[in-house]
Write a protein that binds this ligand. Structure first.
Ligand SMILES: Cc1ncc(COP(=O)(O)O)c(C=O)c1O
Length: 276
């Protein structure tokens, strides 16, 4: 019997065309920065997010961790929504590995405003308190897209207080397609951003971490500390390149299908029908 598995967008499997791209990938040793496919993917991700550089990491969780570790780390705090992935679904790695203390904000859907963060910011110089280093936003969070106006105000608040903004953009491309907003318009309001290739974009693995050149150089060193010098990983980078070149626009079809399912579940009938 044929069934459709709707547990998660992580269940996606590579198509025949993506498998062909994997098969034909040019590879080299990425620890020496000699894998042409990885280099190409990292350029592409930096270009899409309009950041200086990017790094191919095995997972979104590792991308988040690297940002929290490098821009925050011990003696500091990250402020984020209480239902954020970094708190709920990363085995506490932010505190156990990055040594950063998460300070959580309860909010209905996880979409925060600058005024939610502001009263929780702690400056250095207070003798017995960790200082705030990072404001974290997850976009999308539980399927909700951050309004650009929130992001703009959060970034302004961060700048005023000398803090970084990290965006967990596991589904950044979904946010971009659904809101008809170019990715770089969204990412201009964060210092670092991760997005996943392994979800709706259909690649078997991997996420991109994007930021300044200095930050990415450091992230490359920290990634190695975590044991993720991935050698001939161009095979997987080729899947990522294929995904970014071919699978972004079709996310619209996923969104329409999800809405159709929601309609049936909520109302018992379908208001429209999406093609194959
Ligand atoms: C919002 C969000 N951030 C980060 C991740 C982590 O991605 P990965 O499973 O690649 O570690 C996920 C995974 O589902 C996610 O939903």
């Amino acid at each position: 019997m044929k069934y459709i598995d709707l547990r998660s967008d992580t269940i996606t499997k590579p198509t025949k065309e993506m498998r062909k791209a994997i098969y034909e990938a040019e590879v080299g040793d990425d620890v020496y920065r000699e894998d042409p496919s990885v280099n190409k993917l990292e350029c592409l991700a930096a270009e899409i997010t309009n950041k200086e550089a990017s790094l191919f990491v095995p997972s979104g969780s590792m991308g988040n961790l690297l940002s929290l570790w490098i821009n925050g780390g011990a003696t500091t705090e990250v402020i984020c929504a209480s239902n954020s992935h970094i708190i709920q679904h990363e085995i506490g790695a932010c505190s156990s590995i990055a040594s950063i203390l998460p300070i959580s904000i309860n909010s209905k859907k996880g979409i925060l405003k600058a005024q939610d963060f502001e009263p929780l910011i702690k400056q250095s110089g207070i003798y017995d308190m960790a200082r705030t280093s990072i404001l974290e936003v997850e976009n999308t969070i539980g399927g909700s897209i951050y309004p650009i106006s929130n992001l703009k105000e959060i970034k302004a608040l961060a700048e005023k207080n000398n803090l970084k903004v990290h965006m967990d953009g596991a589904r950044l491309l979904n946010a971009s397609v659904a809101s008809k907003t170019k990715v770089n318009i969204i990412t201009q309001y964060c210092d670092t951003v991760t997005f996943c290739l392994s979800k709706g974009l259909g690649a078997p693995m991997g996420s991109m971490l994007c930021g300044t050149k200095d930050f990415i150089n450091e992230a490359r060193r920290y990634r190695k500390m975590l044991g993720s010098g991935m050698r001939q990983i161009g095979l997987m980078a080729a899947a990522g390149i294929f995904a970014l070149n071919n699978n972004i626009e079709r996310l619209e079809i996923d969104h329409l299908r999800a809405k159709e399912i929601a309609n049936v579940l909520n109302n018992g009938y379908s208001t429209f029908s999406v093609g194959k």
